[in-house]
Design a binder for this molecule. Sequence first.
Ligand code: ARG
Length: 456
Amino acid sequence: SSAKLWGGRFTGATDPLMDAFNASIHFDKRLFEADILGSQAYAKALAKRGIITSNECELIVDGLKKVLEEWRTNTFKIQPADEDIHTANERRLGEFVGSVAGKLHTGRSRNDQVATDLRIWAREEAKKLLVYVKQLIYAAVERAEKEIDVLMPGYTHLQRAQPIRWSHWLLSYAWSWQADAQRLEQIIDRINVLPLGSGALAGNPFNIDREFLAKELGFKSVIQNSLYGVSDRDFVAELLFWASMTMIHISRFSEDLIIYSSGEFGFVSLADAYSTGSSLMPQKKNPDSCELLRGKSGRVFGQLSGFLMTYKGIPSTYNKDLQEDKEPLFDAVETLAGSLQITTGIHPENMKKNLSIDMLATDVADYLVRKGVCRVPFRETHHIAGAAVKTAEDRNITMANLELSDFKQLHSSFEQDVTELWDYEKCVENRSSVGGTSRATVLEQIQNLKRLLNEN
Ligand code: ARG
């Protein structure tokens, strides 16, 4: 046990099962770069306070660069005693620069070290995810712009409701993703505060310059309480929630496409690049991409709830439970990076108009409201329009095939111009208040989303 960083006070050996149970190197090796950047900054801060000489500092910083190079070229050899990324890097640094490596950890603890590493890693990964989200929004916006002419049935309760623009449907998801992008930007701000210099829990005894450390490592400010600094993992929970929320949007989008691409709906077919066939049934083209996206959302929610369970009962400051923060975060980030890129690539082909006259029933009611210049209350016109639907249905025809006399029988305000209602394009264009499905308001959404995309 003397090979261990903390071996001094131990005489007995650790149970090998415990060694394996305790080790986190097999997953936290992902933090290699963050760990080395943090150590290089800390060495400089030690030199600034005269704890190490500038010569020693140079040795350490250069040695760490060599360690980093090994990770990058996949030549770093993990040893059995390397319990986590912090011990592995320090051990290897010692092999490069000798005993001066042992000065690096002065006043530092793995507690403030790991909190710092994880924040650096999370910040950089979140920035990448933000790019992916924005690419996804951009793809949706571009598509919406190109296909603004296409109309489709809009649904409530999965029942035909009113005609809408296909672009309007597409942009409804773009707006969700826009909110996701905004949320992520805010989370990045909260990640980006520095724990390093908190020590094990009580603070740094060498008056280390934490503002300097923050600047070196790109943090916006310094965490003001060392106990909070070593134990706060709210940013992990926030990222996991963000990932869950974003996956909900992706999952619902996927579900729509799965339904729309079924033979029964037949609105779209998915591009070959994102579908697969059946080994048995030659005619099949399955929307596997969408099903996987819908499926993977469940896995991400599981990571969120799992981590919250781990986090809830931990007493003040660092406890080893916190080592369990990493795998859920790594897995969720990886799943999101993949899912966002796949979602961006999915291209539904041939959106087909698939409308029916009954979807204009609301417009019949609205027509009467306009005719009566508000004398007839909508509740009543709704009833009359319903009766028109019923009459047509009973005769096995559409409302468009009813005679004016049929309408007159339902209400005297109906006139010849009722036939002008049987026009889906007009129906859609009527919805021209902000947020509606008319061409102008959809184009406005496109402009606004583009502006938001270009803001940062
Ligand atoms: N591998 C540990 C983790 O991920 C590093 C911190 C260990 N600190 C300690 N006091 N044991 O949380």
